[in-house]
Every structure is written in structure tokens, then in C-alpha cells.
Design a protein around this ligand. Structure first.
Ligand SMILES: Nc1ncnc2c1ncn2[C@@H]1O[C@H](COP(=O)(O)OP(=O)(O)OP(=O)(O)O)[C@@H](O)[C@H]1O
Ligand SMILES: [Mg+2]
Length: 252
């Protein structure tokens, strides 16, 4: 559980978070969405304890791992292995336990074979996966990902989401509505630093999002236009379409 109560935050001139209260439960994937400057990264850092809010209370039931929006600025070790080992070593892990956690995190992030590379020489998607591995190796209860999976290919994305879900809760900070539709159980919409919507993903996408500068993904718009109901992915849309067509051909 991450519990936020009456959070206000200012960097100096005006509030960028305004009276935010939220409970992030275990075993759920929560998306935090909103346009540029809405306050998403600030809120994510407050959740992770990287920013102390100007006002309000934060409680956490376990370790919160934070994967930053621009991870390359956070890499400082000479090798991928040492980068992933840094967090757990800091938590006091040593020897076999440390080695096992690092190897496990490298494996689920698909970075095996890259252990000796300098983090700065990795590709964009590999850097993102390294940032996630750095957090997973600490076995956190909650993972907060800031614009997390944009460069990550679908197989790696599916594997990482499975692992993060199995640890506990996942918070996805993003304005990628396709990702929200595909992965989130719940959506929190920030606008001007305030929570303006907080509901299940299906209900969220029934709202008019245009006042908040967001758009429904095309997949969902097509499904609705064709009377196929709520779908989360292109794959699901295609499946419904072909089932529909088979029904017509059968004369049923
Ligand atoms: N260190 C800082 N000092 C001053 N202002 C800041 C600082 N960090 C963020 N801000 C301002 O706070 C507001 C919220 O920023 P934040 O990074 O939380 O937005 P965001 O929703 O994550 O946006 P994006 O979608 O562009 O990542 C913005 O107006 C931003 O300019
Ligand atoms: Mg941001």
C-alpha cells in the first residue's frame, strides 16, 4: 500500500500538486496519466520518497522502486552487472544472495550477455530495461515506472509486466493511452496538479477525455464504432472481428 493524503507540492512558484489523496493497493496496475506538466513525475517521485512534498502525508508498506523518465542520467557504474548490483548491495545484500538477485533481474530484463557492457553504450530500449532491472534486483513491493515501456519491445514488455505484477503493485506514469488500455486496472488522471478522475480502466475510457488533452486509442474507437464493445489490444479487436465474420458466414 502507498497512501497519499492531502499532498501539495511547489518547486518555488505555485503548486504543481494540489491536494492529492490516493491509495495504491497491492496487486494492481495503476496508470497515472495527464498532459505534459500535469504533475505526473512529481507525483511519482513523491510516491517513491525522492521528493518530500511541501505539505501532506505519505505512508508506504514496503520498498518502492522508481524507474526514472530519463534513466541514462542515473547510470554511474562501469558495467551493467555493477549497475544492477548497486541497489541490493546498498540494502545490505552480499555474496550468493546478491549474485542470485542480480542474475535474476538481468534475466527477466533480457540483459543476459550484456553484463560487462558500459551502461551508456546500450540501446534506448536496453537502457530502459536496465533501469527496470536496477529496481527489480532490490525486490521492491511497489514499482513506479515513469514513461516506462515506450522503447521496450512487446516480448520484453510482457515479461517485465508479469514479473512486476508478481511482486506487488505497479504504477505506470504515462501519456501513452495505448499502454494504459493494454495494461492498467485503474487510471488516475492528473490535470493542473489535481486528481480529476480515478476509476477502472473501462469506465475511464467511457469519459470524454478531450478537455484533458488526451485521446482514446484508435483500437478502442474502432471497436466501439463497430459495436464490438471494450477491447484492450489490436489482437483482441481482430479476434472479435473474425468471430463476427465467422458468425455471418455461418448464417448464425
Ligand atoms: N525541479 C523543478 N523545478 C521547478 N519546476 C519544476 C521542476 N520539476 C518540475 N517542475 C515543473 O512542475 C510542473 C510539473 O512537472 P512534472 O515533471 O511533474 O510534469 P509531468 O506531468 O511529468 O510532465 P511530462 O509529461 O512532460 O513528463 C511543470 O510545470 C514543471 O515545469
Ligand atoms: Mg514526467
Amino acid at each position: 500500500m502507498i497512501r497519499l493524503r492531502g499532498i501539495w507540492h511547489s518547486y518555488g512558484s505555485g503548486y504543481v500538486l494540489r491536494d492529492v489523496s490516493l491509495d495504491i493497493g497491492e496487486d494492481e496496475v495503476t496508470a497515472v496519466v495527464g498532459i505534459n506538466g500535469a504533475g505526473k513525475t512529481t507525483l511519482a517521485k513523491v510516491m517513491a520518497g525522492l521528493i518530500r512534498p511541501s505539505r501532506g502525508r505519505v505512508e508506504r508498506s514496503g520498498l518502492v522502486g522508481y524507474v526514472p523518465q530519463n534513466p541514462e542520467y542515473f547510470f554511474f557504474e562501469d558495467t551493467v552487472f555493477d549497475e544492477v548490483a548497486f541497489g541490493p548491495r546498498n540494502l545490505g545484500m552480499r555474496g550468493g544472495e546478491l549474485e542470485r538477485n542480480v542474475r535474476w533481474a538481468l534475466r527477466v530484463a533480457g540483459l543476459e550477455g550484456l553484463e560487462e557492457r558500459n551502461p551508456h553504450t546500450l540501446s534506448g530500449g536496453e537502457k530502459k530495461r536496465l533501469a527496470i532491472a536496477c529496481v527489480l534486483s532490490m525486490r521492491p513491493l511497489h514499482v513506479v515506472l515513469d514513461e516506462p515501456l515506450a522503447n521496450v519491445d512487446p516480448p520484453s514488455r510482457a515479461r517485465l509486466m508479469d514479473v512486476m505484477r508478481s511482486l506487488g503493485s505497479v504504477v505506470l506514469v504515462t501519456h501513452d493511452m495505448g499502454l494504459v488500455l493494454e495494461l492498467a486496472d485503474r487510471v488516475v488522471l492528473l490535470h493542473g496538479g489535481k486528481v480529476v478522475l480515478d476509476e477502472g480502466t473501462e469506465e475511464f475510457f467511457q469519459e470524454d477525455l478531450t478537455p484533458y488533452g488526451l485521446e482514446k486509442p484508435l483500437t478502442l474507437r474502432l471497436a466501439e464504432e463497430m459495436g464490438l464493445g471494450f477491447v484492450r489490444t489490436e489482437g483482441e479487436l481482430l479476434e472479435r472481428l473474425s468471430t463476427g465474420r465467422a458468425g455471418v458466414e455461418d448464417g448464425s
